[in-house]
Write a protein that binds this ligand. Sequence first.
Ligand code: FAD
Length: 503
Amino acid sequence: MLRQITILKQIGRMSFAPLACNHATRIVPDLTKDRYSVKRGDYGTLTNDDIKYFESILSDRCITDKHDIEAHNIDFYYCYRGSSQLLLKPRTTEEVSVILKHCNARKLAVCPQGGNTGLVAGTTPIFDEIILSMQLMNKVEHVDETSGILVCQSGCVLEKLEERVLRHNLVIPIDLGAKGSCHIGGNVSTNAGGLRLLRYGNLHGNVLGIEAVKADGTILDLMSNFKKDNTGYHLKHLFIGSEGTLGVVTKLAIACPTASKAVNVAFLGLNSFEDVLKTFTAAKRDLGEILSACEMMDHQSLRICVDHYKLKSPVGEYPFYLLLETSGSNIKHDEEKMSNFLESSLSRGDIQDGTVTSDPSKVAHIWSIRELLPTAKINEKYFFKYDISVPISRFYEIVEVMRERLGYLVYDVQGFGHMGDSNLHINVLCDEYSEEIEKRIEPFIYEYAAKLKGSISAEHGIGFQKREYLKTFKQPEALHLMKELKLVMDPNRILNPYKVLCD
Ligand code: FAD
C-alpha cells in the first residue's frame, strides 16, 4: 500500500463536450403516461389553426416534424417519454409572451425545456404538452468585470457562459457535470446545486435579477444589479427552483465571483466511511476558508466511471474516495496548508493514498472524473437514481441499507455526492425497469430521508418523479400554500402540468 502523497504525473486534459445520450443505441422507454397510468388533464388539443398561429410568429422555429421532436420528448437518461406534437423555439421574451398568451387562452399545456438534462422527469412532457425550448435564447447581454455581474438570456449553455466570464477573470458560481448541455435558465429553474455550492452557496443568493413570463403572457421585469434590494416580496425567488411551473425564465443577472488564482485538488483513497468523516472534519478545520469543494465517491461509483470512460484512476483501489479542492489567492500559502493537512491525515491513518496537484490540466483531469461519474452508468441496462439530503454523520448508511434491501434483484448500488453539502446521490443498477424494484425503493428511500429530517430532493427537484412523495416531506400547510401560489400564478395550470404538485 502506498503511504505517501504523490504529485500527479502526465495526464492529458479531458474535453467537456456537450453531453449527448446515444439515442441510436438506447431502448426507447414506454410512454410515461402509460407506465405510470396518468390521467390527462382537462387541456385543449392542438389544432391546425394553433400551428398556423405559431408559424406566423416563429416561422421555421415552429417544429412539427416527429423526428425533430423525438429527442425533446425523451429525457436525458431515457427513462421518461412524452408525446408532444409541437416544438417551439422562441428567440425573444416577446415571442415567449405571445406564445404563452395564446396557450393560456386556448388552455394548451406547455412544457418549458432548457438543455433537457434534468433528472426528475420535469423536463419532458407527460402527454402532448407543447415543448417550449429555450435553446435559441442564448445571448449574453453584458459582463461587468468591476461588479462581476453577468446579464444573459436563459438559454445560454452553462459551459459557454463559464468560458465567456473567464475572459473577465470571473467564474459562474455554479458548476456541474451537465455543463456542456444544461442552460443557465434550467439551472435556475431547478435551483441546481453542483460542485461549487460549498464555496458560493446556492442560486437564491447568486441570482440578482430575473425576467420571466407568466402563464398569461405577462412579462415580469425583476431584473436587478444589486445584492441588497429590500423592496417588498422577493418575487424572483418564486422562479428559482419552481421547475417551470410558475413562469418561464427568459433573462437573468448573476453575481459572478472573481476566479481564484490558486487552485489545488487532492484525490484521496480511504478505507472506511468513518475515515471519510474524520478527513472531512479535518479538512474543514485545517483548510478553513480555502476549502472550496468536498466530493465523496464509493468504489462502485468510481469503478464504473473509469471502466466506462477508459480513464486512469488517480489512486489505487479503496472502498471510498474523496476529492478536495482549495481555492485561494496565494499558491504557496495554499499548497503549504494542503500539504500539512495531508501529512497529518496520513500519519493518523485516516487516508491511505492520495495525489495532489495545482497544475491546471491535472486539476481539470481529476475534476473530469468526478464530472463524468453521473453519466458513466448510461450504458448500463437500467438504473434508478436518487438525490437526497441526509445528516453528514449518516451520509452513507442508506446505501448499505439499500444494498441489503434490494439484494439479488439488482446488480449494484452506488453512492457518491457533494459531501460538503450533505447531498448524497444513489444509483441502483439492474437488468431492466421493474415495478417490483421500484416499489422496494420508493417510498422507502424518501421516508428514510424524511425520518432523518433530510430532504427527498437535495438538488434535482421534484419534477414528475417525486411529486407523489412531496407530502411525505412537506408540512400540509406548506403544500397547501404551494398549491394556492400555483393557482395565482397560473390559474389554468398550463405550465408544466403533472410536475411538482399532484392535482
Ligand atoms: P431542463 O432539464 O431542460 O429542465 C429542468 C426543469 O427546469 C424542467 O422542469 C423545465 O421545465 C424547467 N426549465 C428549464 N428551463 C426553463 C426556463 N427557462 N424557464 C422555466 N423553466 C425552465 N443538478 C444539480 O443540481 N447538481 C449537479 O451536480 C448536477 N449534475 C448533473 C450531471 C449530469 C451529467 C446531468 C445529466 C444532470 C445533472 N444535474 C445536476 C441535474 C440538473 O438539474 C440539470 O443538469 C440542470 O440544472 C438542468 O438544466 P437544463 O437546462 O438541462 O434544464
